[in-house]
Design a protein around this ligand. Structure first.
Ligand code: 13P
Length: 241
C-alpha cells in the first residue's frame, strides 16, 4: 500500500520536525509493508530528502515544467532539477493545476520528461461534479488516461490517482460501490497490473475504515490530513486494523 502526502502550498523548515513521529512510526511498523511518500512544495524537497535519508519514506514533488533543458522560464522547475534535489516521485495532472489551464497533452509531455529524468509519476485523474451529474465520469477518465499516457509504456513507474474533483477538500467521498466501479474501470483500461491505482479526495482517519474495504485500491493520496502527523499515522494504522 502507498500513502502519499500532498502538502500542496503548506510547510516550512520548522514543519519538517513534526515528521519525526512519522519517521519513527515507519521504522518500527512499516518496513516493506507500505510506502510513504511526502510531496512538499519545491522549497522543501532538498531539506526533506536529507532528513529522510536512511528511512522508509520517499520524497516527491507536486508538478514540474515539461522541458528538461535550460530555458528562460522564470519561476519554473523541471524534472531533472527535481531529481537532483532528491525527489523520487512527481504528482502530475492535479485538478488544481488542470483548473488553471493544464491540459492532457501538456501533462503527457510532463510525464515523458519526468520518466526520462528517472522520477516515478503519480498521474491524477478525476471528473468534476458537473461531469458526474451528466454521467460522463467513465468517458472523462478514459480520455484523461489515454491522452495523458499517449505513447508512454505502462509500467511500475506510473501510478494513477483517482481524485474526483468534487471530493477534494470537501469532506465528501464517493459511494463505495461507485468508487469500486471506477477503480475497476481504470484498472481495465490500463490492462497492466504493475500500474498502481490510488484514491484521493477527503481521505481521513474516519472514512479510511470504509475506503480500505475496496481491496482494488493500492493506496491513498492524502491532502489536508497529511499535514498532521498523528492523523496521517492514524490513517495508515487503520488501513491495516
Ligand atoms: P484532500 O485530502 O485535502 O481532499 O486533498 C486531496 C488531494 O487533492 C490530494 O492530491
Amino acid at each position: 500500500m502507498y500513502f502519499i502526502a500532498n502538502w500542496k502550498m503548506y510547510g516550512g523548515l520548522k514543519t519538517l520536525n513534526s515528521l519525526n513521529k512519522v519517521i519513527s512510526f515507519s521504522k518500527s511498523n512499516l518496513k516493506n509493508k507500505s510506502k510513504i511518500v511526502y510531496c512538499p512544495p519545491f522549497t522543501l524537497i532538498s531539506s526533506l530528502s536529507q532528513k529522510l535519508k536512511n528511512t522508509y519514506i520517499d520524497v516527491g514533488a507536486q508538478n514540474c515544467h515539461e522541458s528538461q533543458k535550460y530555458a528562460s522560464l522564470t519561476g519554473q522547475v523541471n524534472s531533472n532539477m527535481l531529481k537532483e534535489s532528491g525527489a523520487k516521485f512527481v504528482i502530475l495532472g492535479h485538478s488544481e493545476n488542470r483548473i488553471i489551464g493544464e491540459e492532457n497533452n501538456l501533462i503527457n509531455k510532463k510525464i515523458k520528461s519526468s520518466l526520462k529524468a528517472g522520477l516515478k509519476v503519480i498521474l491524477c485523474i478525476g471528473e468534476t461534479l458537473k461531469e458526474k451529474k451528466k454521467y460522463k465520469t467513465t468517458k472523462v477518465l478514459k480520455n484523461q488516461i489515454n491522452n495523458c499516457l499517449n505513447g508512454i509504456k505502462k509500467s511500475s513507474k506510473i501510478f494513477i490517482a483517482y481524485e474526483p474533483v468534487w471530493a477534494i477538500g470537501t469532506g465528501h467521498i464517493p459511494k463505495l460501490d461507485d468508487l469500486k466501479e471506477n477503480i475497476l474501470f481504470i484498472k481495465n483500461i490500463l490492462k497492466n497490473n504493475s500500474v498502481k491505482v490510488l484514491y484521493g479526495g477527503s481521505v481521513n482517519s474516519k472514512n479510511i475504515t470504509d475506503l480500505k474495504k475496496i481491496e482494488l485500491i493500492d493506496g491513498f493520496l492524502i491532502g489536508g490530513e497529511s499535514r498532521y502527523p498523528k492523523k496521517f499515522i492514524d490513517i495508515i494504522k487503520k488501513t491495516y486494523n
